[in-house]
Design a protein around this ligand. Structure first.
Ligand code: MD3
Ligand code: FE
Length: 220
């Protein structure tokens, strides 16, 4: 793959913590391509509200692309190779998404990122995500890259315990958050989305989260 195709966009970088950085506006130059890629993915694997193991319906609507997709139902949280809604493999990860995630990780100090899963979250007004840790992945040595589009949201960046104090940071259209290393297992969440209309995305926030979810040995 040719990363030279991607000119480095202008950048305002905010370090949140040792392993965590926000690249403000990093995805702006690719916004149309990314949103078209999302449309293409959800045409094959539609957004749906999944159920938590505890029996609650998640307020964010989700889909996935890549080799692995994140799912939750009565039997738990996990990654699957097939979309349980369609029975088909998850749609392939579009190159434009893969390249953007790899270049953001590199820019944030994590070279060699090999994402195999991209979870796409759609937040409608009042949708939220309670504090949680991302720990369904096999390999915590790789970072996580999150792209935000559409309406702004307040995200909560916590500690290693659910009860730790949280830092609140606004994520808005085009922002990319990269976290890894010592911050990989921090608690985090997002507050309820405030209603509004974004000129390109409409009445939603779209978040794409790239992870290396499978085992390193799966590559061999
Ligand atoms: C990780 N999504 O899908 S990503 C998720 O905005 C998820 O849709 C949220 O959490 C979303 O699992 C948040 C951004 C984020 C922010 C802070 C973190 C992830 C973080 C702090 C530590 C670890
Ligand atoms: Fe998370």
């Amino acid at each position: 793959m040719n990363l030279d195709l991607f000119d480095d966009p202008p950048l305002w970088e905010e370090r949140i913590s040792e392993g965590t950085v926000v690249l403000r506006g990093f995805a702006l130059a690719r916004q149309e391509e990314v949103l078209a890629a999302v449309q293409q993915v959800v045409a094959q694997s539609p957004f749906r509200h999944m159920m938590t193991p505890g029996g609650y319906t998640m307020s964010a609507a989700m889909s996935s692309c890549g080799q692995l997709g994140w799912v939750t139902d009565a039997s738990g949280y996990r990654y699957t190779r097939q979309d349980p809604l369609t029975g088909n493999p998850w749609p392939a990860m579009p190159d434009t998404l893969l390249h953007l995630a790899i270049s953001a990780a590199e820019r944030a100090g994590y070279p060699g990122f090999q994402p195999d899963a991209c979870l796409i979250n759609r937040y409608d007004p009042l949708a939220k995500m309670a504090l949680h840790q991302d720990k369904n992945e096999q390999d915590f040595s790789q970072p996580v890259v999150s792209l935000s589009f559409g309406l702004p949201v307040v995200f909560q960046f916590g500690g290693m315990e659910r009860s730790d104090k949280t830092q609140k940071i606004v994520l808005t259209h085009g922002d990319v958050l990269v976290w890894g290393g010592v911050d990989r297992l921090r608690y985090h969440g997002v507050l309820p989305l405030k209603a509004g209309i974004h000129p390109l995305v409409g009445e939603h926030r779209i978040n794409l989260t790239f992870r290396k979810a499978g085992r390193l040995s799966d590559l061999i």
